[in-house]
Design a protein around this ligand. Structure first.
Ligand code: HGY
Ligand code: MN
Ligand code: MN
Ligand code: MN
Length: 412
């Protein structure tokens, strides 16, 4: 059977996506399935069940990464792997991450349908805590697999209640026995919705992802002095909220001043004591800066720090400005990118080259295996939002391209 006859089953893929979306379903049609919660466990258990029904063996490593494996003709060869994440944002969508995981399952199911044996084994991965929403930073478990972080660092990541990833992995029974990483992967592919408006705007079905922009994440605490909102004259206040407000607008200005491509976001703000008639003594907030060029990303970071120092000085505040994560810009492997492009062309899908605005586990896998990504459009380019949407035909198209690229690499 020629690989070119293999085509996925769009209805089965869609049904699996909709079934998985019931786990953590929210009112507005999205999902809230934070990393290592009971809902994450439920989703993992369902995926493992489906993979075993498809004849896969399943292994779990010490960061809770899940690997479902379909043997190849020569099972001693390094596998071709695909995968993504099933943890979501608090107001996440039905496709972000989980589409890439179920795309891998659909590849396995389709190979089974056609009794097609690849030369190399094929694996599908769930990477733990890609979002970095409950536990920072993002992509931490694929980061440990790729040797970016050590295992202790990964397991010690704690949420706002001080619960660590290690404790939560144990609690949900996904503290696997396997070592994290340190094994050869022949090629890695990740299929994902674009999470931006370009493919839809350009009317393309497939994004042939060339790489991803760099990211720098900061945590900032500005400390002044609580005081009474009434009797305290404006000129003597040490108002942490005023300092934070300066920095937040500076971050936005820095984003606009470094176009094209720059992104700058303050996503979390916590004020203490958070009482309407007490001048805030302390404000905590996060900064997320992104750019495809490392030099400009560093310049943006320096400008944000300078703005924070100036705001602290002006308002008599103490400043704690900490960089908690840096993920440099990524360029994917030329042969894997070519395999994605070729797959799209063979299948007659309109495609275009694109850089990923979002971070993905593929960005870290790119350090330990030749890697590329397949993008499909999402409605109005919206993601990290409960209304996130994609079409059944685009989802199937993405997996058909993934299947072509994986089989090409698995038989190379
Ligand atoms: O932040 C990101 O780019 C990813 O969604 N974790
Ligand atoms: Mn994602
Ligand atoms: Mn995401
Ligand atoms: Mn991502």
């Amino acid at each position: 059977m020629a690989a070119t006859n293999l085509r996925v089953n769009a209805d089965r893929l869609w049904d699996s996506l909709m079934e998985m979306a019931k786990i953590g379903a929210t009112e507005k049609g999205g999902v809230c399935r934070l990393a290592l919660t009971d809902l994450d466990k439920q989703a993992r258990d369902l995926f493992v069940k489906w993979c075993k029904e498809a004849g896969c063996t399943v292994k779990i490593d010490k960061m809770g990464n899940v690997f479902a494996r379909r043997p190849g003709k020569d099972d001693s060869l390094a596998p071709v792997m695909t995968g993504s994440h099933i943890d979501s944002q608090p107001t996440g969508g039905k496709f972000d991450g989980v589409y890439g995981v179920l795309a891998g399952l659909e590849v396995i199911r389709t190979l089974n349908d056609f009794n097609y044996e690849t030369n190399r084994p094929v694996e599908v991965a769930i990477w733990t805590n890609e979002e970095g929403s409950r536990f920072a930073p993002a992509m931490v478990a694929s980061g440990v697999f790729a040797g970016v972080f050590d295992l202790d660092y990964g397991l010690s990541r704690a949420d706002v209640d001080g619960k660590t990833m290690g404790e939560e992995l144990k609690r949900i029974g996904y503290d696997g026995p396997e070592e994290v990483g340190g094994r050869k992967i022949h090629a890695f592919f990740e299929t994902h919705i674009e999470q931006g408006p370009i493919l839809e705007h350009e009317k393309k079905t497939i994004g042939v992802v060339q790489g991803a922009q760099g990211q720098r994440w900061f945590e900032v605490v500005m400390t002044g002095q609580e005081a009474h909102a009434g009797p305290t004259p404006m000129k003597v206040r040490k108002d942490a909220m005023v300092g934070a407000a300066h920095v937040i607008s500076a971050v936005n200005r820095i984003g606009h001043e470094n176009q094209p491509f720059a992104c700058a976001t303050v996503g979390m703000v916590q004020c203490s004591p958070n009482s309407r008639n007490t001048i805030p003594g302390k404000v905590f907030f996060t900064i997320d800066l992104r750019h495809p060029e490392d030099k400009i990303l560093s310049k943006m970071a320096a400008e944000a720090k300078a703005a924070a120092e100036e705001a602290a000085k002006k308002n008599g505040l103490e400043l704690d400005f900490k960089e908690i994560w840096y993920s440099p810009p990524v360029k994917f492997d030329a042969d894997c990118v070519a395999a994605v492009k070729q797959g799209a062309e063979q299948l007659g899908f309109d495609s275009m080259p694109i850089i990923s605005g979002a971070g993905h586990d593929a960005c870290y896998m790119n350090r330990v295996a030749p890697t590329a990504m397949v993008f499909i459009p999402c409605e109005d380019g919206i993601s990290h939002n409960e209304i996130e949407n994609a079409t059944k035909s685009d989802c199937a198209a993405g997996v058909d391209v993934l299947l072509r690229a994986m089989v090409e690499r698995a038989n190379a």
